[in-house]
Structures are given as C-alpha cells and as structure tokens.
Design a protein. Structure first.
Length: 85
C-alpha cells in the first residue's frame, strides 16, 4: 500500500518567535495555527463587536500583523503565512 502524502495544509510548519507568543511553539500544521489564533482572539476579546470580520490586534498580534492594529480575517491569513516556514 502506497504512503498517503500529507496535504500541505496538515504538514507541520516552523513557527516564528512572534507567532509562537500567540499560538504556542511549533512545529504545527497551518490548520492548528489558525485554530489556536482564533482561540487567542476570542479569549482576549479581540474581534471587533460591530464588524466580526475585523480583528483588533493587541501588542502580541501587532508583531504578527506587521504592526497593523486592525486586520480583517482574510488579511490575517496572509499575514500569518509570513510567520510559517
């Protein structure tokens, strides 16, 4: 039986120091990083109450978001990718 290839989404990724402050130390798959990010966002009440698609960054997330204080969900995914290798 042939080995199943691990999908790119499930492949453990190396996490930058900035991102590790938020989601914990890696390596972990991208899907787990995103899950951990949402846990952090909800726990710290960082979702904009008026527009749930926007995330209001705290000091730790600002480092991940390249200094931006507000990003939308789609932009967040792109910015987080820069912290994965």
């Amino acid at each position: 039986m042939a080995d199943k290839k691990v999908s790119a989404f499930m492949k453990p990724m190396i996490i930058s120091a900035e991102l590790a402050e938020v989601v914990g130390k890696g390596p972990m798959p991208r899907s787990e990083v995103v899950k951990a990010l949402w846990v952090y966002i909800k726990k710290n009440n960082l979702q904009d109450p008026k527009n749930k698609r926007n995330i209001n960054a705290d000091a730790a997330l600002k480092k991940v978001f390249g200094g931006k204080s507000v990003v939308n969900m789609f932009e967040m995914t792109k910015l987080v990718s820069k912290h994965l290798s």
